[in-house]
Design a binder for this molecule. Structure first.
Ligand code: 7TS
Length: 415
């Protein structure tokens, strides 16, 4: 049991808010109510300062300079890798490959693992609630290898329908690639059960943790997943920070996706030898300042305590679900806040989500409207788009009230 669980802490949201300078912005004279953290989170001063301090005092390319700045830059970059490894309880920093985020990580899995190991007739098992970044790279791999993509369907409640799992997950399945939390429905699937079922048929498991990692304690060893992708910018870090965790033997076996400087030992006219993991995947100049900023974001999240972060998300999601339904909205995804995270998709009466987002913007409320890069979810529920409010550590229950009050104004205008 962690000390966090022995002494349950709540977030002091007023104090948290004071750490985010952008929350001082106003829109049309009204305070900004930012409800789009599933798209990207805001950054606390500690992260902004870490990036600024890197450029102001330590900037150099990493793994190259034999002078003091080069060493400092390398130390800062590798220090961030160590923090990421600790955050996910990875066995060592070599199991963390830095990438620009989940999209790049999933492409690395689909190319570096998929193109090497999949052949015609092999199956890749996905789910109907995947973000396009966990569908399109597999389609590209299927075109090259002839592998077949299969999908776990969704129930009307927006949870995975596992009744036919036995016929979907077979000895033909080589990899199960599944989101840890749907950005369009909020659904958190039963990951441990899925990992166990996949391993039982000899398949490996990749998890898209873009939405899960910002909100929950993720222990890759306890989960026993083989690969896990995450985006730093959704967890208080800079854009273009993030990475891919992989079991050492899985990463070792994978091919690099990018070739170029720094990922090689020796280059000959007709072939090259690659470095060990994780460096064989990190060609060219990396996002050094951004990953340093991600390290600061992880320090900040650990300061809050990930159990407190998840509790806050649950509380605000539960409140928002209740208030939205009471206001007459149709909510997509599980009604039980224990089965879901804080990305809440809805339709408000007959107001098109784009009109709704436009009206809400006039009230200072920022939500996302659209298909959320999850068109399979939209098709499953027979809608072209939804409005989506998503919450993070700096959001308050009062902001949910502002959202609901703004919905009433939209109704006056459109219905
Ligand atoms: N997977 C999930 C579940 C996501 O929600 C996103 C981004 C990605 C992958 C891709 O992450 P990226 O950092 O590489 O872009 N989701 C969203 C969203 O919901 N609104 O904007 C981006």
């Amino acid at each position: 049991m962690s000390s966090d669980e022995r002494h349950p802490r709540s977030l002091d949201v007023a104090r948290v808010r004071a750490d985010f300078p952008i929350l001082e912005r106003t829109v049309n004279g009204k305070p900004l109510v930012y409800l789009d953290s599933a798209a990207t989170s805001h950054k606390p001063t500690a992260v902004i300062d870490a990036v600024s301090d890197f450029y102001a005092h330590h900037n150099a390319n990493a793994h190259r300079g034999l002078y003091f700045l080069g060493e400092e830059a390398t130390e800062a970059f590798e220090g961030a890798r160590g923090k990421v490894a600790r955050f996910f309880n990875a066995p060592g920093p070599e199991t963390i490959v830095f990438t620009r985020g989940t999209t790049e990580s999933m492409n690395l899995v689909a190319q570096g693992w998929g193109r090497k190991f999949l052949k015609a007739g092999d199956e890749v098992l996905l789910t109907e609630m995947e973000h396009h970044s966990n569908i399109v790279p597999w389609q590209m791999t299927a075109q090259v290898t002839g592998c077949v993509l299969r999908y776990i369907p969704l129930t009307d409640d927006g949870v995975l329908d596992l009744t036919d799992l036995g016929s979907l997950l077979t000895e033909r399945t080589k990899i199960l690639s599944v989101t840890g939390m749907s950005n369009a429905l909020g659904t958190i699937p039963p990951l441990s059960r899925l990992v166990e079922a996949a391993h039982a048929v000899g398949a490996i498991v990749a998890i898209d943790a873009a939405q899960l990692a910002p909100h929950s304690r993720v222990d890759v060893q306890a989960l026993d997943c083989d690969l896990l992708a995450f985006s730093g910018h959704k967890m208080l870090g800079p854009t273009a920070s993030g990475g891919l965790y992989g079991k050492a033997e899985v990463l070792d076996a994978m091919d690099p996706m990018f070739g170029g400087g720094e990922m090689i030992y020796e280059v000959y006219p007709d072939h090259s030898t690659y470095k060990e993991i994780p460096y064989k995947f990190e060609a060219g100049t990396m996002q050094i300042a951004q990953q340093v900023g991600l390290g600061a974001a992880i320090d900040y999240l650990e300061g809050l305590g990930m159990d407190a972060v998840r509790r806050h998300e649950r509380e605000i999601t539960s409140y928002a679900l209740g208030r939205l339904i009471e206001a007459g909205a149709t909510v997509f995804g599980p009604a039980d806040p224990g089965l879901r995270g804080g990305a809440v998709s809805f339709w408000y009466r007959d107001v098109h989500p784009h009109d709704l987002a436009t009206i809400l913007n006039e009230e200072g409320v920022a939500i996302r409207a659209g298909h959320h890069c999850a068109q399979l979810v939209m098709r499953r529920f027979g809608t072209p788009a939804t409005a989506r409010a998503s919450f993070y550590v700096y959001n308050t229950l009062e902001e949910v009230d502002v959202l609901v009050a703004a919905l009433a104004r939209a109704q006056d205008i459109f219905v």
